[in-house]
Every structure is written in C-alpha cells, then in structure tokens.
Design a protein around this ligand. Structure first.
Ligand SMILES: Nc1nc2c(ncn2[C@@H]2O[C@H](COP(=O)(O)OP(=O)(O)OP(=O)(O)O)[C@@H](O)[C@H]2O)c(=O)[nH]1
Length: 738
C-alpha cells in the first residue's frame, strides 16, 4: 500500500492489474513528482508559430526579427526549463548534472520526510516500509538503516561494483553533504528545494503548418498537452487558403478550404484526441488562442484588442451551441507582434501556460525513482543522435544500469513514456522490437513516401510514375524510396514499413494473417470465398497503397456511388461535432484494402482520394466515400439476377468491420459518430440529405422524407433491411412481446 498522498498516474490506472502491481512495487523504492509540460503550437503555415516559439525561449528571442524563419518541416521540439525569474531557456544543462540534481532532491526530500516522520513519532508503518532511495544510498556507506531488505543488499553490492557510475556517486556525495550541513535546519532545506524550479520542464512542439503533415500530426496530440492555436489576424476567416499548399490533396480538407476550416480542424483534432469522454474526466481548458501580426492591425490598442476578440468569437460561434469544444478553450486570449520580442504578452503567455498545466490532472503525478536511470539511458542515446533503436539494445543498456529494471518493468516504463509523449513505443506485434526516441523520426519516415525531388533509377521510372498517379507502391519503388532516404530511415526499413502500416499511412492489399491492425476473422472467410487476390489482382503482389496520396475520382462521382444496379441504401457514419479528420477515411481505406481486393471499373483501380470500391465477392462490391464529416457506405450487386437479400449476413459483417475500425481510430471510449440510413428512394446519393437516424427507427415504424420531390415515408423495414437486419429482427421480436 502507498501513502495517501501518492498520486497514481491516470495512465497507470488504465493498465492491467499485473502492470499496476509492478508499478506500485517500483514505487516502493522511492518516487518523484514529474512535471513535464508538453506545449503544442499549431496553426496554418506562415501564421507565425516558429516566431512565437522563438519569442518564448530566451536564447531564440532575438533571432526572430533579425532573421527570416525557415518553414518548419515536420515538428521541431525544444526542451526548455524555467529560469528563476520564470522565463524559459533551452535545457542545455549537461544531462549528467540534471540527473544528479534529481537524485539530490530526492535524497533530501526523503531525509526531510524521515525527520518529520520521527519528530511526530508516527506509527504509520507504511512510511517505514518504504525502502527509500535514501535508505538504499546511506546503507551503501554503512549508515544505520531501518530496513535492510534483500534488494537493498543487492543494490549495495551493485553500487560497490559500479564505482564508475559518476552521476549516482556524485549525486549521493552531494546529497549527503547537503543533509549533513542542513539537518539542523529543515526550513533551509525546504527553501533550497522550493527555489529550484528545475523540476518543471517545457517541451515546446512547433508543428509544421503545411497540411501535407496533417495526417501524421494527429498521432502526437494527446490529453497530456497544452495547446496554443495560432491565427493570423490579418487573414479573414472566410479567406480561402492558397492552393499552393496542397490543401485538399494531401489531407483531404474540404475544397476551397478557408482559414476558419483550418481553425476548426485543429480544435476538433485536439478534442478528438483528448479522451475527454472516458467518463472519469471532465474537460479542463487546455487550448490558448493566440493572434499574430498585431503590428499590422489598424486602430487604437483598445480597438485592436476588441477586433482580436471578435475574430475568435466569430470563429468559435461556427461550432454547434452545445459543442464540447468550448470547454477546451482557455478564457484569456493573446495578441502578439512577433517582431517585437520585448512585448510583455510573451511573458504573460509563459505564465498562463505554466498555471494552466498546473491545473491538469496529470500535474504532480508520481513515478518511480528507479526509472531515472533508464530515462537517462534514453537521453544518452538521443545525445548520440539516435532517433530509433532496437528493443534489444535498450535491454542491453538496462543491464549496464545500477538499477536494472528487467524486461517486464522496462516494458512498463516504455509504455508510460509513450503515453507521456516522450517516445513512441507500441507493445504489440513486431513493433515492440523498436523504440522511437524522437517523434520526428515518424514524420521523416512518412516524408519518404511523399514524392518530391527523389532521384529515380531509369528502370523504375515507369512504376514511379504509376506510384505518383495511383499511389501504388511496388517493391522496386519502395526500394528506391528507401535508397533516397537518410541512413536512420533506410537502416530501419523494416520498422518504417511496420510503423506506417500500424498508423495506416500505407496498407498492403494482401491477405495478411498477422495483420497488426487486427482484421476481424470474418474477412479471412471473405477472402477464402473470393478468388485469391494473387490470381485476381496479380499486379498488386507485394505492393503497398499510400491512401493519402490518392488522386480525386473522375466525375461524375454519382456513377460510382449510385450506379443503376441492385444496391443497398446508403449507410452514413455522421461524426459528432461535425468533424472527422480526413485521415480517418484514409485509415478506413487501409483497413478495407487489407480485407478485400480493390475493384476495377472503367479499366482502372477504383481507389481515389475520398472514394474506394472493393470486391466483397465476384458480384458484390462495397463502395465507401466521404464528404466533410460524413463517411458513406453502400453495397452494390453487379448482377441483375442476384438478390441482395441473400447477402444480408455478409452486409451485417461489413457494417461491423466499418463500425469497429472507425471506433478504434478514435482515442475515446464513447461513440463519436452516429449511424444514419439515407432515404432508399433517393436515386442519386446527395451529401447530407435525406438521412434518417437509425436509432429513431427504434421508436418509429415510418418517418416522412423531407427531401424527395414526391412526398413519401421511409418504413423501418425498408431502411434497416440490409445494413441493420439483425436489429430489425430484434425490433420485431420486441414489438411482438409488447
Ligand atoms: N509583421 C509580422 N510578421 C510576422 C509575425 N509573426 C510572424 N511573422 C513573419 O511571418 C513569416 C512566417 O513566420 P513563421 O514564424 O515562420 O511562421 P510559421 O507559422 O512557423 O510557418 P511554418 O513553419 O511554415 O508553419 C516570417 O517572415 C515572420 O517574420 C507578426 O506578428 N508580425
């Protein structure tokens, strides 16, 4: 049992019982409060994010107005610490000194609590039972300790052996000196510790504004971050963002994307990745709105401030009245002129960020002291410019540490580091063989797949062109892509493929028994029943598809979505808050690619940006497409003779696959979309028209259609007979019972 004051990290509470007990065991050896702030600075490109970040960091502040900033590629991360006056500076302090400091602090803290404890003559056995690091350290020098447990002895021996572990030795020496000289003055100790703000660190993440990167950015958003959403005050919300940015091609944002769309995209993406609906948490504000180019705004100081406020008010009013997005927004907004580094707004912003972070649930969470060494090991690897390492190398390093964690505890440590956003580590499949130390590595890996000025061998040119046109990545093209990439990418080709597959950036259209994303079993059956993909589509052998690179479908799009053939009504997944990150559709396409062969129509693969068709068997096809925040699905039978009714079971299975996959993409436990059926009478499927909420048919047997030119009703049986047949049966049973 831990003392009452312990604050178990929320991430730990969600682990399985074995992992939780391992965590508690590790905590018994001493614990420390961890206060790392992840500050994510997001917004459109050129809005002034990098300039703002520079103005927040002491060393970078005076660079901004003398030098033009370069457009950020991927993500730039700056680790900062707080100076005594509250300003931020780059955390360049020698890592060794830093870890020494942490050890010293812990030793002092533990000593103080020990003194306080004995002074109050508490009978609390819990405290005594904690073999603190202090106890362990003092025991190594034959001081009297209250507990001489087996691990303590082991530790003592190890300390003796590890004489060259300078940091620990130095930390112990320094800490002991501190204790000796100030043991008569507890208050002095406390003051010394309070003065040190070094325990608060801020990792500032400067996100590239180009939408090219939007499909990867979302992997890095999480509930443990403070966000600064930056908007350029000189750009009207209705202005259309320049096409040169590639908007609409790379990330699938709506046509004629406006600055308001970009604003909404970020707010929605943050909300979606904040796991607010887990039931236990209420939303706490984490988003600070910042307007740039104050110097270009006209009017008095008061008018400028007013304009900034109405700018953000208007932008926020575009959300629904009861949207949970509002709860994320911090009440204070900031207006800055990035060309004036002395502007007091930057100092105020720094303060607000710290105070906002201090109000979050994760503030002051306690982690095992014995993990400091492993943290240090990872930092050492980073210092050697390693961006990704093999798990076995991390295990080897663990063996060298004074405090070995062992395989299980090491995995737990890495999983929690991942949740905190310090590394990327998935404890599943073959991915558990790698640890990504720098998040930029994922973006670098993703960038390899984006055609730019790569030098391509003449023998591969034709396939390269096909890749650019149809996003089909053949093995020879993949080899070229890898050849053109930096060593830290191509030396980890296996990891690159696996991560990109896991994140659904690329997908292999082949039956894959150990599919990492977990295609439900029924697909294996589907595959067995269809002619094998090798025979059916030999061109795809060993190929990958890169869904975010797909080009738009040729018009008219209705010929794909509403062919004049036997077909189901359209099933629509309507996302709550009127937002769906386009990457969700790409990922759904990736899941389908792994489940079913891609259809061919009009002599081409039916795989486009925003629309894809798959062969469920030789005569039935699944069509999926999306507009804005709605994903549509329809099953079409190519044969006039076949009956859809004979295929009803399979249709239910397809629906389950789509539902489960979409739910899996969202880091939230409660549903983020609602299912609708489009009026079956509608000849051509129209976007967001004639949609009937499936749940409404639980209460109504028919509902009038407000869209079709001839007034009619949609009957429950007609709406649900294909996609929701199982529920229809259930409904009828219920009616009979009643
Ligand atoms: N006048 C004025 N110019 C600014 C301001 N903020 C940024 N700029 C200029 O705008 C240009 C782009 O600024 P950056 O900070 O690189 O913009 P960014 O959002 O980081 O751009 P990406 O990295 O491409 O996403 C630079 O030339 C800056 O000097 C501002 O407040 N006023």
């Amino acid at each position: 049992m831990l003392s009452e004051s312990s604050k178990t990290p929320e991430d730990v509470q969600q682990l399985d019982p074995k992992a939780i007990s391992l965590f508690y065991k590790a905590l018994k050896d001493g614990k420390e409060k961890v206060n790392n702030i992840r500050l994510m600075v997001v917004g459109m490109n050129g809005v002034g994010k990098t300039s703002l970040v520079n103005n927040l960091i002491w060393e970078c502040r005076y660079k901004t107005h003398t030098k033009q900033t370069l457009s950020t590629e991927g993500i730039d991360i700056h680790r900062c610490k707080l100076m005594t006056d509250g300003d931020w500076c780059l955390d360049k302090e020698l890592k060794e000194v830093k870890y020494e400091g942490r050890i010293q602090k812990l030793v002092c803290n533990n000593q103080m609590s020990k003194d306080t404890h004995s002074a109050t003559a508490s009978n609390d056995k819990t405290t005594n039972s904690h073999v603190t690091l202090y106890a362990r350290i003092t025991s190594t020098e034959d001081h009297e300790t209250q507990t001489q447990t087996e691990p303590l002895q082991t530790f003592k021996k190890r300390i003796a052996l590890e004489k060259d572990d300078k940091i620990l030795q130095h930390g112990i020496k320094f800490a002991k000196k501190m204790i000796e000289t100030s043991s008569d003055n507890l208050e002095k100790d406390k003051a010394l510790l309070d003065e040190s703000k070094s325990e608060i660190t801020v990792s500032v993440w400067d996100f590239a504004g180009q939408t090219l990167y939007y499909s990867t950015h979302q992997f890095f958003l999480n509930k443990r971050s403070i966000y600064v959403v930056v908007m350029d005050m000189t750009k009207s919300l209705e202005d259309v963002v320049s096409k040169s940015d590639g908007i609409g091609i790379w990330c699938g944002l709506v046509h004629d994307c406006t600055y308001l769309d970009i604003f909404k995209f970020w707010l929605n993406a943050i909300h979606m990745n904040s796991d607010y609906q887990s039931g236990k948490r209420t939303i706490k504000p984490t988003i600070i709105l910042v307007g740039t180019r104050k110097d270009k705004m006209k009017g008095s100081a008061e008018e400028i401030e007013k304009n900034m406020n109405s700018y953000f008010d208007n932008a926020l009013c575009s959300f629904d009245d009861n949207s949970p997005i509002f709860e994320h927004i911090y009440r204070n907004r900031f207006l800055v002129n990035n060309l004036s580094p002395n502007d007091s707004a930057f100092r105020e912003l720094q303060k607000e960020i710290i105070s906002l972070a201090a109000q979050q649930d994760y503030w002051d969470e306690e982690y095992p002291v014995r993990w400091i060494h492993m943290e240090q090991t990872l930092d050492k690897m980073r210092a050697e410019k390693l961006q990704i390492v093999k798990m076995k190398d991390v295990e080897e390093e663990d063996l060298k540490n004074v405090h070995q964690l062992g395989k299980k505890e090491l995995t737990l440590f890495l999983e929690l580091q991942h949740k905190q956003g310090n590394i990327i580590f998935f404890n599943s499949g073959k991915l558990k063989d790698f640890v990504v130390l720098a998040p930029q590595w994922i973006i670098e890996a993703f960038k390899c797949f984006i055609p730019h000025n790569q030098k391509i061998e003449a023998t591969v040119l034709k396939d390269w062109e096909e890749y650019k046109k149809h996003a089909i990545l053949k093995p020879n093209v993949l080899r070229e892509v890898m050849k053109n990439s930096p060593p830290y990418i191509h030396e980890y080709e296996d990891a690159v493929i696996r991560y990109m597959e896991y994140l659904n950036v690329i997908a292999q259209p082949l039956p894959n028994a150990d599919a990492i994303t977990g295609i439900p079993n029924q697909h294996v059956r589907v595959r067995e029943e269809t002619s094998g993909l090798y025979d059916y589509n030999p061109k795809m052998f060993n190929c990958h598809i890169v869904p975010c690179l797909l080009s738009r479908a040729p018009s008219p799009i209705d010929s794909f979505t509403s062919p004049d053939k036997p077909r189901t009504p359209v099933l629509a997944f309507v996302f709550c808050g009127k937002f769906m990150p386009p990457s969700f559709f790409h990922r759904l396409v990736a899941v389908c690619i792994r489940a079913w062969p891609i259809s061919q129509e009009r002599d081409q693969y039916c795989l486009f940006n925003g629309l894809a068709i798959f062969d469920l068997n030789p005569i039935y096809t699944l069509r999926i497409w999306y507009m804005d925040y709605i994903i549509y699905a329809r099953i079409v039978c190519c044969s006039e003779n076949a009956k859809l009714d004979n295929f009803v079971l399979r249709i239910q299975e397809v629906r389950h696959t789509l539902e489960n996959s979409l739910q899996d993409f969202v880091h939230q436990s409660s549903p983020v979309f609602d299912e609708y059926i489009q009026c079956p009478e509608m000849k051509v499927s129209l976007h967001n028209k004639g949609l009937f909420r499936v749940k409404q048919f639980n209460y109504e047997t028919e509902i009038s259609c407000p869209v079709c030119s001839i007034p009619h009703t949609v009957k429950r049986s007609d709406a649900m007979q294909h996609w929701f047949n199982e529920m229809l049966d259930q409904n009828e049973t219920d009616v009979e019972i009643n």
